[in-house]
Write a protein that binds this ligand. Sequence first.
Ligand SMILES: Cc1ncc(COP(=O)(O)O)c(C=O)c1O
Length: 380
Amino acid sequence: MARAPKNDLPMMSTEEGIVLFHPHIPKKAKEYVCDTLDSRWIGQGPKVDLFEARFRAQFHQPGPCISTGSGTDALHLAYLLAGIKAGDEVLVPLFTCTATNIPLLYIGAKPKFVDVDPRTLNLSVEDLKRKISDRSRAIVCVHYGGLPCDMAEIRSLADQYGIPIIEDAAHALGATYAGKPLGAISEFTMYSFQAIKHLTTGDGGLVTFLDESLAPLARRLRWFGIDRTDKQKGIWENDITEVGYKYQMTDIGAAIGLAGLEEFDETLAYRRALYRRYVENLNHVSDVRIVDDFDPRKEHAAWLFTILVEARMDCQLKLRSRRIESAQTHFRNDRYTVFGCNETFPAMDSIDDRYLVLPLHTRMSLEQVDGICEVLREGW
Ligand SMILES: Cc1ncc(COP(=O)(O)O)c(C=O)c1O
């Protein structure tokens, strides 16, 4: 099993300097939450329906949008809707938040890790080609940091083997690929609205899919296997024929989400401006490699700005001495005993002690990006 690179820098507070993440609380959030608290519904009610409808329209999602209590819930639902069963082999990214792969273990499926593409930290299409086989039941991909994966190549492999793609777009709300919004490309797409995402509901998520006929099943699985609409009509003959979960979003969360939707374009534009500023500043710094392939088919959602550096800990200490927080954020999943993986991943090995995430959020200014880049230019 791969060992964790040692890193014991504690988290900073906003007062101490430039933190790595900060939640974006939309201007209308408090008002909408207070309205909700004064209403009859604080659990799953009309605001959840409104949030789903507005989300679908705003992000041009061709299929039904089913909101959930977290992105992890949404992924679990996506895997169930894709028909993944105990023992099924599923091709998954090695480098991602554990939340991508843990729900496969709920089902008893077998994640088969695909090595990383060191230019993007997305899954490597070359390694996917090596690992895909007649045993593969689905492909899961993560748009790391908000940069879309190589969807044309992944689509063509999935079609060749007749298996679905599940996109984990937790980082990538607002990203596009070949002019299409995420959610319009693959059988299943999941989003996260956890605290520090572009759009937050406190904690929350959403799954969308191209096959409209799956919507009733998705809604039942989200709620114990019960048809809520029938139940609310007072019909108690509702049978439960499949195991469902309690994965709903609440109206309190949806109220924050509705406020976030109203200013999403502005939030995304600002995050992209910060990202571009990093790129302009660091493009020609020889000790820094930007994690991005600048593929013109891909429009980045700018959730993370990640670089590759040598002597990463020294770099972090130098940044920290100027009150700038940085971290790895995500880790290779073969490190976790729970996955029981004994394979080797040469590309991941080559960047494991080099990748570093820099601050990017709506509480920081373009000038602060310049300042961070200046520290990096000085060297460490
Ligand atoms: C790539 C990725 N997938 C899934 C998730 C899980 O989302 P959530 O925290 O909303 O459950 C996260 C983390 O937030 C993530 O970074």
